[in-house]
Design a protein around this ligand. Structure first.
Ligand code: FES
Length: 146
């Protein structure tokens, strides 16, 4: 049911941990499954993501998607990191079973929350970035069944 890449990132997650004095930190959760994800970003003066770490209290797919998401945003500019959507993360993992799509959404939202934190601290606006929700289901996803 899981691709080899998902299994690999679940069993050997990359970039687990915290970043002290991170440029941005984002925490999101999903009230339905109770899983929580936190992403730390270290961003240099040129707006390049030098480092990215995560902590996930969640299912295997949440671990694998956060691991892949951190790999995808590392070395990228803030604008490029905005293109790391849950679909991009899923594609990089060779797909996820439909019931696990929401786990990849958690990764996208956690990155956005960390970018939002960074933007707020620096008084800047990041194109296309909206204020993140603490809970990805807090106002109900329209018609989506996970
Ligand atoms: Fe909720 Fe995976 S089951 S994040």
């Amino acid at each position: 049911m899981y691709s080899e890449k998902v299994m690999d990132h679940f069993q050997n997650p990359r970039n687990v941990g915290e970043i002290e004095n991170a440029s941005g930190v984002g925490t999101v959760g999903n009230a339905k499954c109770g899983d929580i994800m936190r992403i730390y970003l270290d961003i240099d003066e040129d707006g390049i993501i030098r480092d990215c770490k995560f902590k996930t209290f969640g299912c295997g797919a949440a671990v694998a998607t956060s691991s892949m998401a951190t790999e995808l945003v590392k070395g990228k500019s803030v604008a490029e990191a905005m293109k790391v959507t849950n679909k991009a993360v899923m594609d990089a993992l060779d797909g996820l079973p439909p019931v696990k799509v929401h786990c990849s959404l958690l990764a996208e939202e956690a990155i956005h929350a960390a970018l939002w934190d960074y933007a707020e601290k620096h008084g800047i606006e990041i194109e296309g970035l909206k204020k993140p929700k603490a809970d990805i289901h807090e106002d109900g996803e329209e018609g989506e069944v996970y």
